[in-house]
Write a protein that binds this ligand. Structure first.
Ligand code: B1N
Length: 827
């Protein structure tokens, strides 16, 4: 047992070091050979890296099987409440390396594949990364299920196995984003086990009739939800949880009549319609997409999962006592996407199990909790009532009744009519999912201190006034296993050397033991050497993957995240342009210039016009700058295609300066910011999301803060914001925008970026121009510190030492204590 040093910590991770089925490298090699022979059907001589990858994956999976069965049995038979994490996205990243680490088989694997004549890295790289998420929200779900298993908490991840994940991004010759489908299942996928025998029926449409005084839903069509199970091994916990992703299949046989007339397309129509449900991940991030298919997806996975949980916890019982359901499992709703689960559980309890309304409501509220991930009011999902009525008529009735009960309850609390009007869940025209989630569950949380506060003060203020005790905060976190140990082995070894133990991997607050070492110049130099080695490694990675040449003797400055106006990639590229102009004009002398390489990585939603134009601009700035002999060796810009988990694992450890420059009050949390700090990058950032807490933990003197605060932003909106004023006031900004407008980055075409320029000068909703001067000014401070490598690295090391709080293990402990009220399984 170890203890962290922050207050309120209840759960302690107990490392179980001795694997229950230890295996030698030679035995593991035999197991791989066996898989090659009997499942891949190739000889070791015929085997390619891809074959060995599949064989090794299956061998690791076999090692996890017993722990998986035991965890399942303990989950059902023990008396520890389980967690069901409902999420439309799980952005897992590659599985093999992580499974090896958590199963304690890394060394055996390395030796075994070498004995087979392969390089371990080539085998790990042969895995095709599953992209079943858009960005931070999906990656958070993946970190959370890793931490749940590592802490030994019984848990299920529930979601969708999309056939096509997030699109693959390339750029055309004009620098425009091109999206291509990500058919990840075209490659052999050894991790998911499709279980046709644990399927569920999910129905849609039709009508509600009354039979014997009871409402009966007569659906028009049904699909077959089939679970695909992924093992979620805990780090040294001997626990293996389940990620259950549903895939949609058709019940309908071929329409033989149509088939006989050779109308092939007609014959397979029902299959196509059913299977469309799990076909594609919506490539939207932090924006609302109101699409019928999306609601079908949401209902599909939530309905199947609720029925599955009842099956798991009451096996074979025709009349289970579901009043005990909230003692068996608690469901966390990851944003509004699974919120249709609230009326669905009501329907199941009332229609399928004959409970009365009040009992059903009591069970439902106790079972659900809701995490909100946004502050943009336009991003909260609202469904047209007509759509719900068509697709889920019984649910619309239930939602109406929930709303009636809700309005009565508010009246009873003496709340004013106009407030009630604002708070309505069902307006007659539409259903507000965030409001339904807040009323229909026990707790609501934001994802960083500032975000949770702003939810209470703004986005959900009426609800927080009426139900103050429901609201809480859980600051996001990231798993140190993937994002430090696997991504940054050099730093991991140094940390272990510095602390004299590797227990920090399951108790990240132990990193604080590095604080005294920041005074030790020799240790700081070792730390600097790790960063230099990571930069060198990334140069190789970038050459292999993107064919680009990078000068490793420059500062590596990175901005990777989804492309969104509020995140303000525009602010970064304008500052780059301004720097370019300064070098060209000779406003800065050669020895004043700190050589930098700026990396961008960002996907834009396919329909997001200004975001896509920003990508195009970055690509064309890159072309001009990188081909200009005047700035060679001083400034380079790279827009790296297809930012994904693999790129993150390679680029973050090599980064020295990280950009977290969103407009204050817009980024709910951010989790990239945590990964960079943990890997020894310094942050330049605004007081937004979790930046606030990162700065508190690492120390204001180790963080480059700039820009307006939330209050200043609000005031400026209220006073009337005129971006043109800022354009006129700062010649650096004026020059940068003029260069975009005058065709410098579009072969003289002055229209190429006209919509972007017009938006900046007349609208600029996220106040990029207002923050430009502060951002440009702080660069001098950054560059001054960077010239003193020892001081820079000392501060970077202090970022690592003080970022232990941002482990997703700590987030899960907070959920357990504040929301779920459960804990690890007994051994
Ligand atoms: O969730 C992350 C946060 O760290 C980020 O600040 C936040 O922007 C992100 C609709 C979203 N919020 N909302 C989404 C994703 C997909 C979708 O279809 C919205 N993503 C976030 C983790 O808390």
């Amino acid at each position: 047992m170890k203890s962290g040093n922050y207050p309120g910590r209840k759960v302690r991770m107990t490392e179980i070091t001795a694997p229950k089925s230890p295996v030698t490298a030679a035995q593991f090699a035999d197991e791989i050979r066996e898989q090659l022979k009997y499942t891949q059907n190739v000889t070791p001589e015929q085997a390619t890296a891809a074959d060995v990858y599949v064989a090794a994956s299956k061998a690791v999976r076999n090692h996890l099987a017993d722990a998986w069965f035991k965890t399942q049995a303990d989950t059902v038979n023990g008396n520890t409440k389980a967690v069901g994490y409902f999420s439309a996205e799980f952005l897992m990243g590659k599985q093999l390396e992580n499974a090896l680490l958590n199963a304690g088989l890394t060394e055996q694997f390395d030796e075994a594949v070498e004995a087979l004549g392969f390089q371990p890295k080539d085998i790990v790289d042969a895995e095709y990364e599953p992209g079943l998420g858009n960005g931070g929200l999906g990656r958070l779900a993946a970190c959370f299920i890793d931490s749940l298993a590592s802490l030994g908490v019984p848990a299920f991840g529930y979601g969708i196995q999309y056939k096509y994940g997030i699109f693959k991004q390339t750029f055309d010759e004009n620098g425009k984003q091109v999206e291509t489908p990500d058919y990840w299942l075209n490659n052999e996928e050894p991790w998911g086990h499709i279980d046709y025998n644990r399927d569920q029926k999910v129905s849609f449409g039709g009508e509600v009739v009354e039979e014997n005084g009871k409402k009966v839903w007569k659906p028009a069509w049904s699909v077959r939800a089939v679970p695909v199970d992924y093992l979620v091994p805990g780090y040294k916990s001997q626990r293996v949880n389940t990620l259950r992703l549903w895939t949609a299949k058709s019940y309908d046989e071929f329409d033989l009549l149509a088939f006989n007339r050779s109308e092939y397309m007609e014959a397979v129509k029902p299959q196509v319609k059913a299977e469309n449900i799990s076909k594609i991940l919506y490539p939207e991030d932090s924006t609302k997409v109101g699409k019928e298919l999306r609601l079908e997806q949401q209902y599909f996975f939530v309905s199947a999962s609720l029925h599955d949980a009842i099956r798991v916890f009451y096996p074979g019982e025709a009349k289970p006592d579901l009043t005990t359901f909230p003692n068996k499992i608690t469901f966390q709703l990851n944003d509004t996407h699974p919120v249709i689960g609230i009326p669905e559980l009501m329907r199941i309890l009332i229609d399928e199990y004959d409970y009365d309304w009040d009992t059903a409501w009591d069970i439902t509220v106790k079972t659900f909790n809701y995490t909100c991930h946004t502050l943009l009011p336009e991003a909260l999902e609202v469904w047209p009532a007509s759509l719900i009525g068509e697709l889920l008529p019984r649910h619309l009735e239930i939602i109406e009744k929930i709303n009636e009960q809700f309005e009565d309850e508010l009246k009873g609390k003496g709340i004013a009519d106009e407030t009630i009007e604002r708070m309505r869940i069902y307006t007659g025209d539409s259903v507000r999912m965030a409001y339904l989630a807040t009323y229909g569950g026990s707790h609501v949380n934001g994802v960083a201190e500032l975000h949770s506060q702003l939810l209470k003060d703004m986005t959900l203020k009426d609800f927080s006034d009426a139900y103050p005790t429901k609201f809480t905060n859980v600051t996001n976190g990231v798993t140190p296993r993937r994002f430090v140990k696997l991504a940054n082995p050099g730093l991991s070894d140094l940390i272990t050397e510095g602390l004299g133990t590797d227990k920090w991997l399951s108790d990240l607050e132990l990193l604080q033991g590095l604080v005294p070492l920041a005074k030790d110049d020799e240790f700081v130099k070792k730390f600097a050497a790790v960063k230099a080695a990571n930069k060198h490694a990334f140069v190789g990675f970038a050459k292999d993957h993107y064919g680009i040449d990078i000068d490793e003797n420059t500062m590596f400055n990175t901005m990777v995240k989804r492309l969104h106006e509020y995140k303000r990639q525009a602010l970064k590229i304008l500052a780059v342009i301004s720097k370019y102009a300064a070098i060209k004009n000779g406003t800065v002398s050669a020895d004043e210039i700190l050589p930098r390489t700026v990396f961008f990585g960002a996907k834009a939603a396919p329909g997001y016009y200004l975001a896509k134009m920003t990508i195009q601009l970055i690509n064309n700035v890159s072309k001009v700058v990188n081909n200009d002999p005047d700035v060679k060796g001083k400034l380079a810009v790279h827009m790296l295609p297809n930012y994904n988990i693999e790129m993150a694992q390679n680029l973050i450890p090599a980064t020295e300066l990280d950009e977290q420059i969103s407009q204050a009050g817009k980024e709910a949390s951010g989790t990239g910011n945590m990964k960079f700090a943990l890997n020894g990058a310094l942050t330049v950032g605004t007081l937004d999301g979790a930046n606030v807490e990162i700065r508190e933990k690492v120390g204001a003197e180790n963080f480059f803060l700039f820009g307006m605060t939330v209050d200043e932003v609000e005031k400026l909106y209220a006073d009337g914001y005129d971006p043109a004023k800022y354009y006129e006031a700062d010649p650096r900004l004026k020059q940068a925008i003029d260069l975009v407008a005058n065709g410098t980055f579009s072969n003289g075409d002055r229209n190429a970026y006209a919509p972007l320029v017009a938006d900046w000068l007349t609208k600029d909703w996220f106040m990029t121009l207002a923050d430009f001067s502060a951002y440009a000014d702080i660069q001098a401070e950054i560059e001054k510190l960077y010239r003193d490598q020892l001081e820079w690295n000392r501060k970077a090391l202090l970022n690592v030492a003080n970022s232990g709080y941002f482990s997703s293990d700590r987030s899960i402990e907070d959920y357990l204590e504040r929301i779920w009220h459960t804990g690890p399984l007994a051994d």
